[in-house]
Design a protein. Structure first.
Length: 347
């Protein structure tokens, strides 16, 4: 049973208790702010973003990410028919790995199979359920660390990962992920927030989407990449000119250039634009957030299959099994670096 009634544990204006894990460890929520009134809440369970409030007009702020009010709901959400991973860091490997197998320099590895015969989003536990250590925190930035032990979910090497979240005075939410390993391994991290610029209790159907891409990864019926690419010109997935968010999308878009604009989302209602920049070769875009009427979202929101849209900047899913995909191998002595910026502007 998780402990409740923890208001007495509030320690500072930007730090409060968010509850206790099943083994009794306290989870802390930190609030980051910039000079313009942007507020970002992050908990060290899953390095999860629980709230991101953006000023829109006359002092009004809207919360543009989906989330829960309690730790219990985050924990229970992993038991839903399709776990949403609301706001969490996904790792060691985001996306699917075919048959949960891969090889490095001729050595074969078989991972935990948590998606039928396949591996997805780091396995049964993964980074999204881990308690991260807060290394440093300031008024506008936080650094969290997780050490993934050797053979965790059957991955080779002990992997030390640090996530830095920063809220800048240019109204940017910056994500930096760095990692090092004791043995050659594979890695593909992503930040899994669901955005809704109309507000987290609305649907995304009236917002406009742009994606800076000419190709998607072709996938089979189980959403595993075949190794081929699909041209998207004049297809339903061509968002090179902004158009309304689709009701259903679960596709990996190949980005045109690193560190350039990957995608934008625009709210006509709030005249608010979010631009996504990354150094990753792809962005996996997914519309969802469904809690199947089993768990209530924060502020009593009822999240459904149209509640939010994810911009999962990352390497290609199943990249270890396709030689012509960008390599996901992190060698001993090297450093993995992933940067993504979400910039908010009033238009």
């Amino acid at each position: 049973m998780l402990k409740k009634h923890f208001s007495q544990f509030i320690r500072a204006n930007n730090k409060k208790s968010f509850g206790f894990s099943p083994n009794g460890q306290e989870v802390i929520c930190h609030t980051l702010k910039n000079k313009n009134g942007v507020e970002l809440d992050v908990i060290n369970y899953g390095a999860t973003i629980t709230s991101l409030k953006i000023p829109v007009e006359n002092g009004k702020k809207i919360d543009v990410v989906l989330g829960f009010d309690s730790l219990e709901n985050y924990i229970h959400s992993f038991n839903l028919p399709n776990a949403p991973y609301l706001g969490a860091i996904v790792g060691r490997f985001a996306g699917r790995i075919n048959n949960a197998k891969f090889a490095i320099d001729g050595s074969e590895f078989e991972l935990s199979k948590n998606h039928g015969l396949h591996h997805i989003h780091g396995g049964f536990e993964g980074f999204s359920k881990a308690l991260w250590e807060v290394k440093t925190v300031t008024s506008n930035a936080i650094v969290l660390e997780y050490i993934s032990r050797e053979n965790e979910e059957k991955f080779p090497g002990k992997l030390t990962t640090q996530i830095t979240y920063t809220v800048t005075d240019d109204n940017e939410f910056k994500v930096e992920m760095i990692a090092k390993t004791t043995e050659d391994t594979i890695i593909n991290l992503t930040q899994h927030s669901y955005f809704n610029l109309d507000g987290h209790s609305e649907t995304i159907m009236n917002q406009n989407l742009f994606v800076n891409s000419a190709k998607t990864l072709e996938t089979n019926i189980e959403n595993i990449p075949t190794g081929n690419f699909s041209e998207i010109a004049n297809s339903p997935f061509d968002f090179n000119l902004p158009k309304k968010c689709p009701a259903k999308i679960d596709n990996t878009f190949v980005l045109n250039q690193e560190n350039e604009l990957a995608a934008t989302l625009f709210s006509i209602k709030n005249k608010l634009k979010m631009s996504v920049f990354t150094n990753q070769p792809a962005v996996h875009i997914y519309v969802g957030g469904n809690c199947f009427n089993q768990i209530i979202g924060k502020e009593n929101a009822n999240y459904n299959s149209l509640s939010g849209i994810c911009f999962e900047t990352q390497n290609f899913p199943d990249s270890p099994n396709h030689e012509h995909f960008p390599s996901a191998v992190l060698k001993k002595g090297e450093t993995y670096l992933h940067t993504t910026t979400f910039k908010f502007e009033k238009i």
